[in-house]
Design a protein around this ligand. Structure first.
Ligand code: GAP
Length: 457
């Protein structure tokens, strides 16, 4: 049985150290979370796999690591200062701040994306939509709320206001000239980046699904205009393959074509990949054709030449761009939901097991001495030392073997090794498989090779 509610995921995440509520000793803070020991390993593995897939293994993509605080003009040029808004209303009674479009969508099942503020206000008032927090109907008129977090620089004056980036993409556009001047890239080519983005979401929620601070893994893939349709399809396939590679069931992943009238200001075509989360089908990733909007805007606002000269034809033009964007926190949430499995066992008991793909599992193998005596811990620690050179390994000597197995099942560890009496006599150990729960006895000298084969299969 897979996870039916988000609460099951939240509770396991806290219990096993995947995700803790942030600032918990101060009673928590605005939808903040800390990736705990196993969550941070899982996140690191997903980032590494993404970088390997899209940068390391591709001759046509290079990576960068840009700043979070960019020149404020960036956001004027990109359109974020003028247009990166949500529609908001306040409840005059309980002072709750609410997303107007979400209120209308929930109450009337109408998608009001793109409707003017006045029309959304009218819908709320005519239909007497109530505040979901206190039930009162006394709501303010709808107004725009810019989602960018502002920060004040130490220097004074008008230009002392800066913004925390709301998407990683812009740092890539700002470095376009440096990349073509320093790297031997030829169109089509991509620039990738992983990093934090910040959005002052009016209603964050659903655990790590909608956060104020989150990570994105983005690629800007620079192309000739005439290539866009063909390469859009290619990227859609690449993204579907990625979803499978992190263990998501293709039947739970769906494409959603954005209607032309509702596209972002920079996009000519956008398709979201949605995932069936326990709280409904929601956006996981997106693929957008951003035309040459961003480079043209930055060329205009900076006064710098951002043209690309084709080495063969000598023709100069501003490249168009396809943007596959992958939310890292949403990837982690989808992976946790997908991996979560409750199983009834033959003896009538049950277990929760996180069936992560071995490549992204936070811990690859756990080592247990059967008892804390007779030299078993020493032998187990020797195995720990040799394996931890290659993989993330847990060492656990507390409690019964059964309890240790259950703990590792909930962490999603593919293999557990037990050092017992026989190990001391003949240098063999048992290896237990997380999914089948079957155990094999093998020589300690063969453990490394065994794991190498199993973890890569
Ligand atoms: N550069 C394009 C861009 O930022 P987006 O659809 O606004 O497009 C890209 O965001 C991805 O970032 C989303 O598909 C989602 O995975 C993730 N994302 C967006 N807002 C988020 C939030 N508040 N919390 C967590 N992830 C978010």
């Amino acid at each position: 049985m897979s996870a039916e509610t988000l609460d099951q995921i939240v509770s396991l995440s806290k219990r096993r150290g995947f995700l803790f509520p942030g600032s918990e000793i101060y009673n928590g803070f605005a939808n903040s979370y800390t990736y705990g020991p196993y969550g941070s390993e899982l996140k690191k593995n997903v980032k590494d796999l993404w970088w390997k897939t899209f940068v390391q293994k591709r001759p046509d993509i290079v990576g960068i690591d840009g700043d979070i605080i960019l020149h404020p003009k960036t956001w004027e040029a990109s359109g974020h200062i003028g247009g990166f808004n949500d529609q908001m209303v306040d409840c005059k009674t309980c002072r709750a701040r609410l997303r107007a479009d979400h209120l209308v969508e929930d109450a009337l099942k109408i998608d009001c994306e793109g409707l003017p503020d006045a029309e959304v206000t009218k819908l709320i008032q005519d239909n007497q939509i109530k505040c979901p927090k206190c039930g009162n109907k006394d709501l303010t008129e709808v107004r725009k709320f810019n989602l960018m977090f502002q920060t004040q620089m130490a220097k004074t004056g008008e230009d002392s206001i800066a913004y925390l980036r709301p998407e990683t993409a812009q740092a890539i556009f700002l470095e376009f000239k440096n990349i073509i001047d320093t790297c031997r890239v030829k169109i089509p080519f991509g620039v990738a980046q992983i990093g934090k983005a910040f959005r002052n979401e009016i209603t964050p929620g659903n655990f790590i699904f909608r956060r104020l601070e989150f990570e994105q893994m983005e690629i800007e893939y620079f192309i000739r205009e005439e290539m866009w349709e063909e390469l859009f399809d290619t990227w859609m396939t690449e993204m579907d393959v990625w979803c499978t590679s992190i263990g998501l069931n293709p039947e739970k992943c769906h494409h959603l074509e954005h209607e032309k009238e509702k596209l972002s200001h920079y996009s000519k075509r956008t398709v979201d990949i949605e995932y069936d989360f326990p709280f409904g089908r929601k956006e996981l990733y997106g693929l957008a054709y951003r035309t040459n909007f961003d480079l043209s805007q930055h060329q205009q606002f900076s006064g710098k030449d951002l043209g690309y000269r084709d080495p063969q034809t000598n023709e100069k033009f501003i490249p168009h761009v396809l943007e596959p964007t992958f939310g890292l926190d949403r990837s982690i949430l989808a992976i946790l939901c997908e991996a979560y499995t409750e199983e009834k066992l033959e003896d009538g008991s049950s277990r929760i097991v996180m069936k992560f793909k071995p490549q992204i599992a936070p811990v690859k193998v756990a080592i247990f001495p059967l008892m804390k005596k007779e030299g078993m811990p020493e032998k187990a620690k020797e195995i720990f030392s040799s394996l931890s050179d290659i993989w993330t390994v847990d060492y656990d000597e507390s409690g019964s073997i059964g309890k240790r197995y259950r703990r590792q099942d909930e962490i999603g560890t593919p293999f557990c090794i037990t050092v017992d009496h026989e190990s001391l006599k003949d240098d063999t150990v048992t290896i237990r498989n997380r999914d089948t729960m079957e155990q094999e006895r093998i020589a300690i000298s063969a453990v490394g090779q065994y794991l190498q084969k199993q973890l890569n299969s």
